[in-house]
Write a protein that binds this ligand. Structure first.
Ligand SMILES: Nc1nc2c(c(=O)[nH]1)N[C@H]1C(S)=C(S)[C@@H](COP(=O)(O)OP(=O)(O)OC[C@H]3O[C@@H](n4cnc5c(=O)[nH]c(N)nc54)[C@H](O)[C@@H]3O)O[C@H]1N2
Ligand SMILES: Nc1nc2c(c(=O)[nH]1)N[C@H]1C(S)=C(S)[C@@H](COP(=O)(O)OP(=O)(O)OC[C@H]3O[C@@H](n4cnc5c(=O)[nH]c(N)nc54)[C@H](O)[C@@H]3O)O[C@H]1N2
Ligand code: SF4
Ligand SMILES: [Mo]
Length: 731
């Protein structure tokens, strides 16, 4: 790829100079507009790490004359390699957002009415502590559940564990990457974790199955993807929509949505039949290969063609292309994989395909991540719960290895296996992240206590009894990030500026609340810096050095089997499980099987959704810098379909789903770049929280249309690509 097209790719996809300059300028004008007074003169550079998404890129915050000026990548940081994605660059907008929560609030009227009384922190904690004590004495401490997303939840999690609840969940499992991790665990005994252990930069062939890198802006992956493109890696993209990544592909396969298992089986069939797989690797490390080969022998490309819409010759050619570059062929495991409810088995199919190509543990495939050894803080032990967790009664989902958010929601509605009476929600907008809003609201109505910690008046905050305003990441310390990555390092988040109002950091809230609950013994430290210093000095590192540089890097270690990484597969057989007895014993298919997904009714289209490069989930639409770059979403409609419905790009319509739910108005994008059987929109828009002045009513919410979901029987993940929409024209 020439440098011009690389730049072009990064322009659409990446941490570009252009986007960075633009947001820097916008940020600067906001700084000037919002506050002309100057506190201190000169420029300070404070290293920290980003929190606009959960990738945790090392950053440097610039403070000019006492005011936050801009954020750039920290060149010392292995994740950002000195460059942030456009969202990270726009992170300054989080500090200057005029719609931020300013002080603790207690609900005045009914839940969800968004009527508040401003209170002091003391009043807020007294209220919460009293209710928490009551829940504990009446129902037991397990009846309070904690939802969080991201490293900021660590200290509150500690308080909740000290209080005695094991019910702690994040949407990153059952609404995101859970099925993938289960599929890989069942196959290799380990999961791909986050950041993914994908060796994108050394891959010679990369297969993306709905992983829309370039729109999905996970920084390191996008930078490595650009490197791979520059090194002429062969790219194969499978997506019903011609994504940014697809525009870089040698082979683009516009698959019929929901049929990826059929394609995976056919690919594996070709690799085995044509003897193209890594025989030596499979013989040495594989378990049950013969049974596996027998199971897949009928899944020919001709069989897969009517299911997937992908021509048999294309299936053969792409299988051969993968084999040509093995073991440096990376079939990307994806991340947000909760699509159709058969997701753990689809992910297992991806794991098996990688196993045939010998890419696990090999350069250009999956490396073995390493980390520094930093012991956790020596806290007193937590109380034990006799009741156990509430989310997965009788191990209904036998392979769930994390807590299922929607399982807690179900228990909150039914009161079974035991009642849940309190929700403590930290940094997760459950109304946009869990499927079926109505069920979430029904659960909330059963609660005696609902607390939300947020930085802006999000939809979920609107349903709280108590809202606690947090300092944004550029104003606070958090736990250190001891990352598992291709090289070991530790990163520090530390404040660059003060919070503008009454906002406080999570660690402060967690400690204060614990003290009000009589759990002060769990907080032997006075300030988080004492905690950080203890953790680092116990590990033999200098907190002073970390403060100075933001990053401490360890020595590089081997990360591939050929470099001496011990070859271990922590599965029951100790090998790569081509045939899974674990699955068989639990009553599931030991090798994935394909069941066609129900298609859209006449006049309806499957609703698909994904990411925009400049926004994170539903959390950045109040950020003035990022909203300046994109302030509403569009619905992609195939241009022939658009013509049939008399629609053209720029028209506004509403989307109505199979259950009669109608969205906000949304702009049409008529395009050749999507199949005729589906439509696509960016997730996270369509806010209806009244206090979000800039974001309110802009674009439509995919979450609102996701009333139906298909639960994964292996692990309880919620497949959300099972909703269908039709068009309602504007009158
Ligand atoms: N319909 C639909 N549902 C989805 C997805 C989808 O694409 N479509 N994606 C799924 C995926 S992959 C994931 S990972 C999840 C993500 O789900 P969530 O993590 O719930 O993502 P958000 O909706 O952005 O909610 C984040 C909340 O944290 C708040 N916040 C931001 N910064 C801070 C902070 O510093 N402190 C505090 N206390 N709060 C903060 C934001 O204002 C926002 O309310 O959603 C899943 N659900
Ligand atoms: N800018 C930005 N980047 C982000 C995030 C963000 O909020 N903003 N969030 C991060 C997080 S937590 C996650 S989990 C990831 C999510 O990003 P990814 O894991 O890369 O992708 P998904 O959101 O699962 O899928 C979206 C893509 O899948 C395609 N697709 C839909 N149905 C099918 C199907 O049946 N088959 C195939 N083959 N493809 C299909 C869609 O057309 C779309 O291109 O992004 C991460 N990166
Ligand atoms: S990927 Fe972007 S938003 Fe996420 S942490 Fe890195 S710079 Fe921040
Ligand atoms: Mo995610």
């Amino acid at each position: 790829m020439n440098s011009l097209s690389r730049r072009k790719f990064l322009k659409i996809g990446g941490g570009t100079a252009i986007a960075a300059a633009a947001s820097g300028m916008i940020a600067q004008s906001i700084v000037q507009a919002l506050d002309k007074s100057s506190v201190a003169s000169g420029i300070q550079k404070i290293p920290t790490y980003c929190d606009i998404c959960f990738w945790k890129c090392g950053a440097i915050a610039y403070v000019k004359d006492g005011k936050l000026w801009k954020v750039e990548g920290n060149p010392e940081d292995p994740l950002s390699r000195g460059r942030l994605c456009p969202r990270g660059t726009g992170g300054v907008g989080a500090h200057y957002d005029p719609d931020r929560l300013k002080s603790p609030l207690i609900r005045k009227n009914l839940r969800g009415e968004e009527q508040w009384v401003e209170v002091t922190w003391d009043e807020a904690f007294d209220y919460i502590a009293e209710k928490m004590k009551k829940i504990k004495t009446t129902y037991g401490p397990e009846s309070l559940a904690f939802f969080s997303h991201g490293i900021g939840g660590n200290f509150l999690k500690h308080t909740i564990k000290a209080y005695g609840s094991p019910n702690i969940a994040a949407p990153s499992f059952a609404q995101c990457r859970g099925p993938r991790d289960v599929g890989f665990r069942l196959t290799f005994g380990e999961d791909v974790s986050s950041p993914e252990r994908t060796d994108i930069k050394n891959a010679k062939c990369i297969v993306l199955i709905g992983s829309h890198l370039g729109e999905n802006m996970h920084n390191t992956q996008v930078q490595e993807f650009a490197d791979a493109i520059e090194n002429d890696a062969s790219i194969i993209v499978v997506d019903p929509r011609h994504s940014v990544a697809a525009s870089k592909a040698k082979f683009y396969l516009p698959i019929k949505p929901g049929t990826d298992i059929a394609l995976l089986l056919a690919w594996m069939n070709v690799l085995v039949k044509e003897n193209l797989y890594d025989k030596e690797y499979v013989e040495k490390y594989g378990f049950g290969f013969e049974q596996f080969a027998a199971e897949i022998q009928d899944y020919t490309p001709e069989w897969a063609y009517p299911e997937t819409g992908i021509e048999p010759e294309m299936i053969r050619e792409t299988a051969r292309e993968m084999a040509r570059y093995k073991p440096a062929t990376l079939v990307h495991p994806g991340r947000h994989v909760t699509w159709y409810g058969d997701d753990a088995q689809r992910s297992r199919g991806i794991a098996l395909l990688n196993a045939l190509l010998g890419s696990w543990g090999r350069k250009g495939g999956f490396y073995t991540p390493v980390s520094m050894d930093v012991p956790s803080y020596p806290y007193p032990p937590y109380p034990k719960s006799d009741k156990g967790k509430v989310d997965n009664p009788d191990h209904k989902y036998p392979f769930a290895h994390e807590t299922i958010t929607t399982g807690i929601r179900e228990a909150t509605i039914s009161g079974k296996p035991y009642p849940i009476k309190g929700w403590f929600v930290y940094a997760t907008n459950l109304l946009h992240s869990l499927p079926n809003e109505e069920e979430t609201i029904k659960a909330i109505q059963n609660l005696d206590l609902m607390v939300v910690v947020d930085v802006i008046p999000s939809e979920i905050a609107g349903w709280a009894d108590v809202v606690l305003p947090e300092s944004v990441y550029l104003e606070r310390h958090d736990d250190i990030n001891v990352e598992w990555f291709r090289e070991p390092f530790i990163a520090l988040r530390q404040p660059a500026v003060e919070s503008p109002h009454e906002q406080k950091p999570n660690w402060w809230m967690a400690k204060k609340l614990a003290e009000k609950l009589g759990l002060g013994a769990y907080y032997p430290w006075k300030h988080i810096e004492e905690y950080l210093e203890t953790r680092l000095s116990n590990a033999g590192y200098s907190y002073g050095e970390l403060k100075e540089n933001g990053i401490i890097r360890g020595e590089k270690k081997p990360i591939y089997f050929d470099e001496g990484v011990p070859v271990e597969f922590p599965t029951p057989s100790g090998k790569i499980e081509f045939y899974s007895l674990q699955l068989q014993e639990a009553g599931f298919d030991p090798v994935p099987k394909y069941t066609p997904p129900p298609g859209p009714p006449a006049g309806y289209f499957r609703l698909l959704f994904g990411r925009a490069p400049v926004h994170s989930f539903s959390r950045t639409h109040s950020n003035p810098v990022l909203m300046d770059m994109m302030n509403e979403n569009e619905v992609w409609v195939n241009h022939d379909m658009a013509r049939r419905y008399g629609l053209k790009s720029g028209d506004y319509i509403k989307l109505k789903n199979q259950d009669g739910v109608v969205s906000n108005r949304i702009k049409v994008k008529a395009t050749e770049r999507i199949r005729t059987d589906c439509v696509y929109m960016v997730h996270g828009f369509g806010h209806n929280s009244k206090m979000l002045k800039r974001a309110f009513g802009r674009g439509a919410s995919d979450a609102g249309l996701v009333t139906k979901y298909q639960v994964d029987p292996l692990m309880g993940g919620t497949g959300m690509n099972v909703n269908f929409v039709t068009f309602e024209m504007e009158a």
